[in-house]
Design a protein around this ligand. Structure first.
Ligand code: GDP
Length: 295
């Protein structure tokens, strides 16, 4: 589907063989390919440009090792830089509270409810935690039903209150229930909208200040490309969230949104969603994502 950047760089750098160093001229040829690969992966144009300038500086004057072809050396430089840009090491979530409260935010359809279930299942099986799911979408009864279906599937209890239309009160009642009944993680699923709007931002911001979660996660559909960046910025301006969840990476996307979001909001991507099933969750590894983006 995509051309391999490694091959492209090899081609662009073929003139270099026999020379000892990467020079200005051959770097100019290759940065074009690097930039194109990033744009193909849906990385924001400005970020791609800044990135290639950095790679250029790094590459200039590097000795070409006999064991590495110049193209491979460039790929290595690009990959290392990309990995750094996406945060280097993977980062976990803060589970220090009693209970630890995790607030999910994001647009409708981004995968919040699905991911809430996946995370509860992950914490239950991998970290032997006892999670409680809380349904705070008071606008769509179907969203509450969906969380109950998910909870049943993974054997995790769901707190909801269909008579109550105040999400702050529901969130607080959920936390009280967790305290009273010995749940040590509370995952709060909230209402999204199709696009960023003031009412949604006010609501999530009210929930956030009322419950002061240990961890606020922003869930975003990786297929939404450039829009993902604007949405991330809008949510981060209001919530100053702790981490990003990139969903639907099983789809037809290179995942460039990971780079753009990290560059714009400077928050770690913590987990990825790779399918509709409850098991389709993975810790985010910057170096793996760099491989995927480079193809
Ligand atoms: P919410 O409105 O933010 O709660 O989003 P949902 O959790 O309801 O997800 C919206 C749709 O995306 C549903 O059909 C999910 O099954 C689907 N979905 C969620 N996460 C993933 C994922 O990682 N991969 C795929 N392929 N589909 C997903």
């Amino acid at each position: 589907m995509f051309d391999n950047l490694s091959e492209k760089l090899d081609k662009a750098l073929h003139t270099l063989r026999g020379h000892g160093q990467i020079t200005e001229i051959n770097v100019a040829e290759t940065t074009k390919e690097v930039r194109r690969a990033l744009l193909d992966a849906d990385v924001n144009f400005k970020i791609a440009k800044e990135f290639t300038n950095r790679v250029k500086e790094k590459a200039l004057g590097q000795d070409v090792l006999t064991t590495l072809q110049p193209g491979q050396l460039m790929v290595k430089i690009v990959k290392d830089e990309l990995t750094q840009l996406m945060g280097g090491e993977s980062e976990g979530i803060n589970l220090s509270g009693t209970p630890s409260v995790i607030l999910m935010s994001g647009l409708q359809g981004s995968g919040k409810t699905t991911f809430s279930g996946k995370l509860a299942n992950y914490l239950k099986t991998k970290k032997t935690k006892k999670p409680l799911l809380v349904a705070c979408d008071v606008y769509r009864p179907a969203a509450i039903d969906q969380l109950h279906v998910v909870g049943d599937q993974i054997g995790v209890e769901v707190y909801s209150d269909r008579e109550n239309n105040d999400p702050v009160a529901i969130a607080k009642a959920g936390i009280d229930k967790a305290k009273a009944e010995g749940f040590n993680v509370v995952i709060i699923d909230t209402a999204g909208r199709l696009a960023v709007d003031e009412a949604m931002m006010t609501e999530i911001s009210n929930i956030h200040s009322a419950i002061q979660p240990q961890e606020t996660l922003f869930v975003v559909d990786s297929m939404t490309g450039q829009d993902a960046v604007n949405t991330a910025k809008a949510f981060n301006d209001v919530l100053n969230f702790d981490g990003v969840i990139l969903t639907k990476l099983d789809g037809d996307t290179r995942g460039g949104a990971a780079i753009s979001i990290k560059s714009v909001v400077d928050k770690p991507i913590k987990f990825i969603g790779t399918g509709e099933k409850m098991e389709a969750i993975d810790v985010f590894y910057p170096s793996r994502m760099a491989d995927r983006i480079l193809g």
